[in-house]
Design a binder for this molecule. Structure first.
Ligand code: ADP
Ligand code: ZN
Length: 723
């Protein structure tokens, strides 16, 4: 695709526009498809990418010139095609999608040199102990970065500068050290178990230079990471770049360490915790080809690889892979799209694959690679459903007597227990005993959740916070507020009374910064706590050797949602959290507190029958025409006034074109009918699988009345949340 283009080119600017604009290539400038340029756009310079030849060549003499081409490799054709595809599929403007690729112009400037010093051989007249230390450090005659001298000799920068003035050191500029070293595929090749070796050989049946997808479907603790690391090694050996995408990278320090043990060096990282300079250097390293392996969050999908050979999605079922603002894309599906354009392999790894991926594997579109037992003879945990109708907790408590006894016994043996409740805070609802007033967010249709440690009532939708009042704001009675229902802080209170000697830690996303949370996780790994109380944050990926008991306090919590994926999500979270038990030498046990022990999800859990769950769930989906057998698209109309939102949604509905097999539902007030003061009304479109639902919705919106005033329509193709 590197053909030279004529003197007028189509440039996609990285702002929210519907398509590329034409620009003139000034004499002497050369661009190709993918060249990154700066172009004038309404009076200012904007980053853009040469997309190709303009569709129409009119208005020749009114065109503006491209201002500058950056001296950086043109973006690869497969990346441009991915941007186009994502835009077409999600209905996000292509310029907006391109912004996920071109984040800053800083990454396009040449790498900044760092200041370094080298000894001249001249000995200054006045010597001090500090000066001796510096000269000792640089005695090898090499150029040392200033910061490295300071670090190695323990002196202040002024000593170094003083030695320069005295003529003992000369200053020079050297290239900055690489942000990541090259991973070595031969550094520490593991010995795989027989089952792992079979899994790897199945993956190896996919050509390392061609498109292909494998679903690595293996029980928790099955050693999936070891298997896909070998596929990463194959990719590196073939001279191609590898990308591993994780759902919650900021908390997975152990993953980076495992990578480093396997490949002899840490991978490049890509996530929101990085400084702008780290981002720029990483971006540049990837486009230059110096960086061969990246571990990142979903946004890493848009990095400027040129030799992408493998994308691994770990925990591929995870909801965090769906982005719900700006561009509403699903990283799993878009990874497959990019890999197709790049002729790369994809490995989707999970102990609880999405029903979509299972269906693709069943249909033979993905290679189905199974790991059915845990590594090193660790058994699967034994799972029991605790029928809350027969063995209820005592009034005012949440832990059933049998589970409490199990916790005791576990602590007694010196092992760890985990109590899981997927609800942050102290209580999900606060009401006044005197007048019945229920505390609600002023801007959302949601109850305020009490966070007792911080003494506030908080909205989990918009973050609104207020101090927990002493006096009921409705009736004025003092000390009348009572909490209804438990969050994990309330469980911690019960635990403190029941197990006063246990070293307890409570973990949820609002319990500290990422680095504080990482510290808690390593303390748990080291066995510094006996009892862990946590939300879904602790359910995923962690390997706690001493943990042998998991108690799920409300296994039914997720089933209540009016969400077609409620059963699937519940099965996934329950499998993940119970999968934390007994991952090492000692056997694990798990208890599910439930009011519905006969529910297919609970039955599949207790019988450890994943296949039964997937078979049942696929049947339900097929009968309802739901994904993966049908397609869904949600339109969320919002406005400051309810009548405006509802009125516009009705207009939209009446403008909807007829189409064979297409069904429309709504408009109806969304389950959370107001968020941040905006009223929300939902429409849902359902179509057969082979229907171009994105194209239909685009045509529909284009033929409908334009959105005016404070009205907004958000399109969500393949919605994952239904609030
Ligand atoms: P999964 O991701 O499937 O839940 P992991 O990849 O985390 O499982 O593996 C579980 C544990 O077994 C980890 O501690 C891992 O280091 C260990 N393990 C797995 N495979 C091997 C192997 N081939 N050699 C040594 N240790 C392994
Ligand atoms: Zn709110």
């Amino acid at each position: 695709m590197d053909q030279w283009l004529p003197d007028i080119v189509a440039v996609m600017v990285s702002v929210s526009v519907e398509g590329p604009y034409s620009y003139r290539v000034p004499p002497g400038m050369q661009v190709v498809r993918g060249s990154i340029v700066a172009v004038p756009l309404v009076g200012r310079l904007t980053l853009g990418v040469v997309w190709g030849v303009p569709k129409d060549n009119t208005a020749h003499n009114r065109l503006k010139d491209i201002e500058q081409v950056y001296d950086t490799p043109p973006l690869s054709d497969e990346l441009l095609r991915t941007v186009d595809w994502v835009s077409r599929y999600t209905l996000a403007p292509p310029g907006l999608v391109l912004r996920s690729v071109l984040r800053s112009s800083e990454a396009l400037e040449p790498e900044r040199q760092v200041m370094a010093y080298r000894k001249t051989g001249h000995e200054p007249e006045r010597m001090t102990p500090a000066r001796y230390r510096v000269l000792d450090t640089v005695a090898d005659g090499l150029a040392w970065a200033k910061s490295a001298i300071v670090g190695a000799s323990g002196v202040s920068a002024s000593v170094v500068e003083g030695l320069e003035r005295a003529g003992a050191l000369e200053r020079l500029e050297i290239p900055a050290p690489p942000i990541a070293l090259k991973p070595d595929p031969e550094a520490a090749v593991p010995t795989l178990s027989a089952e792992q070796a079979t899994a790897l050989s199945q993956i190896r049946e996919l050509d390392v230079r061609k498109f292909g997808v494998a679903l690595l479907d293996g029980v928790t603790g099955g050693g999936k990471t070891e298997v896909f690391f070998e596929a990463v090694a194959d990719t590196l050996r073939a001279g191609r770049q590898a990308l591993i995408i994780l759902p919650e990278i900021a908390l997975t320090h152990t993953f980076i360490d495992r990578f480093a043990r396997r490949f002899g060096t840490r991978p490049a990282e890509w996530h929101s915790d990085m400084t702008p300079s780290q981002r720029s250097r990483t971006w540049r390293g990837i486009t230059n080809g110096e960086i061969r392996a990246v571990v990142g969050a979903r946004s890493a999908l848009f990095l400027p690889f040129h030799e992408l050979g493998l994308i691994v999605l770990d925990e591929e079922h995870d909801g965090a892979f769906k982005q719900n603002d700006g561009v509403n894309y699903h990283a799993r599906d878009m990874a497959v799209v990019r890999a197709k354009f790049a002729e790369a392999r994809v490995i989707l790894s999970s102990a609880t694959p999405s029903v979509e991926s299972r269906n693709n594997a069943n249909a033979g579109r993905y290679k189905h690679v199974l790991l059915t037992s845990r590594f090193a003879d660790a058994g699967m945990p034994d799972i029991t459903a605790l029928d809350m109708r027969e063995e209820p907790p005592e009034k005012g408590t949440w832990i059933a007597p049998r589970l409490a006894r199990e916790v005791f016994a576990t602590l007694d043996r010196g092992e760890q227990a985990l109590l899981f409740l997927n609800r942050r805070g102290y209580a999900p609802l606060t009401l006044c005993r005197a007048c019945g007033h229920q505390y609600q967010c002023p801007d959302c249709s949601a109850w305020l959740v009490e966070h007792r440690f911080r003494g506030v009532l908080m909205c989990h939708h918009c973050g609104h916070e207020q101090k927990r009042p002493k006096i009921c704001s409705a009736c004025g009675v003092e000390d009348s507020l009572i909490p209804i229902g438990p969050g994990i802080e309330r469980i911690a209170e019960e635990v403190a009374v029941r197990f006063p000697d246990a070293r307890t830690v409570i973990l949820s996303s609002d319990m500290g910064s990422n680095s504080q949370l990482r510290d808690r996780f390593s303390e748990i790994e080291k066995g510094e706590y006996d009892l862990v109380i946590g939300t879904q944050l602790v359910a995923k990926g962690h390997h706690f050797e001493k943990l042998t008991l998991v108690g799920v306090l409300d296994a039914d919590l997720g089933l209540a949602h009016g969400d077609p994926r409620a059963a699937e999500k519940t099965f996934q979270i329950l499998t993940q959290v119970t999968g934390r038990a007994g991952r090492a030498a000692k056997a694990g046990r798990a208890f599910l507190q439930t009011y519905h022990p006969d529910h297919p999800v609970m039955q599949a859990m207790v019988k450890q029958d994943r296949e039964a769950f997937y078979a049942h769930e696929l049947e339900v989906r097929e009968a309802g025409g739901l994904p993966p057998y049908g397609r869904l698209a949600a339109l969320i109309v919002s406005a400051n006034e309810h009548d405006d939102a509802m009125g516009f949604a009705r207009t939209l509905l009446s403008a909807a074109p007829q189409a064979n097999g297409l069904r429309l539902f709504g408009p109806a007030d969304a389950p959370v009918a107001m968020v941040r003061g905006r009223h929300r009304v939902r429409l849902l479109a359902q179509s057969p699988k082979d229907f171009d639902l994105s194209g239909y919705v685009r045509f529909w919106l284009n033929s409908a009345e334009r959105v005016k005033g404070n009205l907004r329509v958000q399109v969500d193709i393949d919605p994952m949340s239904f609030y």
